[in-house]
Design a protein around this ligand. Structure first.
Ligand code: HEC
Ligand code: HEC
Length: 239
């Protein structure tokens, strides 16, 4: 009768942790997403992946749906990052997308380490943000579900710049059925005059990030040794 208890006491804690049940989305995330987006969903500049940690589930679900159904990532030449993500999303089942979206939201926000954009005029960026962006992206760029406009805090500056360039060039948001993307194509076309204005507004958005929290451990065990966030051991940088 006492044997299972005795066994439990004798098992080393590491073995116990490995045996603990991992929820399906956490396991999916570790296997399918962490290799590119990092174990905490923090993103990696070397792989051009955004920080997705803490993105609201409704936004993640919309984007995975867009990638899955050919509304985002369809311009392989001009938007190779989107095309890569589309290839991943096409392999996901609808139920998996729903569960992964909830899981991504549950990850703590990882504010970008770089809080500035070279050559940005932050005061002018703030002006533009107040005038043209805040209506949808809200105070502190925290996003608004009713408009489908995501939070812009948490994303890296280079990623935000790339997205604005893609909207302006109609490489994102211009496909049939992408109504939310179409709004951003309009905004970028009408109100972001040029690369300098883009840098200004992104420079300002970066200042809205909360201070980075001390590093926290991944909320699950990684499937294999070596799948960490060290660029030197990443699949992409291996010979
Ligand atoms: C092969 C690398 C790779 C893998 C694996 C991958 N992604 Fe991505 N993902 C990317 C890249 C690159 C982008 C940026 C696309 C762009 O620039 O438009 C991206 C973008 C995204 C976005 C859009 C974020 C935004 O703010 O609009 C979401 C959401 C996302 N990925 C979720 C996931 C999830 C969930 C998984 C696991 C099922 C996953 N990704 C696996 C490379 C990857
Ligand atoms: C009319 C509402 C509206 C306004 C105004 C607006 N946006 Fe957006 N924005 C959206 C929506 C909706 C999305 C999500 C698009 C999608 O679903 O692909 C978005 C997405 C974005 C993204 C992509 C984020 C990501 O994680 O990939 C960036 C960057 C962005 N907006 C910046 C801006 C800036 C800068 C301004 C001001 C110049 C602005 N937006 C004004 C509605 C708006």
């Amino acid at each position: 009768m006492l044997r299972p208890l005795v066994l439990l006491v004798l098992l080393p804690t590491a073995a116990l942790r490995a045996a603990a049940p991992v929820s399906a989305p956490a396991a999916d995330f570790a296997k399918l997403c962490a290799p590119c987006h990092g174990a905490r969903g923090e993103g990696r500049e070397d792989l051009r992946t955004p920080s997705i940690a803490n993105e609201p589930w409704w936004y993640v679900k919309t984007q995975l749906g867009n990638f899955h159904e050919g509304r985002r990532g369809v311009h392989a030449l001009q938007d190779p990052q989107g095309a890569l993500m589309a290839a991943v999303a096409k392999g996901l089942q609808p139920a998996q997308i729903e569960a992964l979206a909830r899981f991504v939201e549950s990850l703590p926000l990882v504010p970008p380490s770089k809080r500035s954009v070279d050559g940005a005029d932050v005061a002018r960026g703030q002006e533009l943000f107040y005038e043209r962006c805040m209506e949808c992206h809200r105070y502190n760029a925290s996003g608004e579900m009713a408009f489908g406009s995501p939070p812009l805090v948490g994303r890296q500056g280079w990623y935000l710049l790339e997205q604005l360039r893609k909207f302006k060039a109609r490489h994102r948001g211009a496909e049939k059925g992408d109504e939310k993307g179409a709004k951003m194509v309009n905004m970028a076309t009408l109100f972001i005059a040029d690369e300098q204005a883009m840098r200004n507004v992104v420079g300002y958005i970066l200042t809205l990030n909360p201070e980075p929290a001390p590093r926290v451990e991944a909320p699950f065990d990684l499937p294999s040794a070596g799948a960490n966030n060290d660029p030197a051991s990443s699949p992409a940088s291996r010979p």
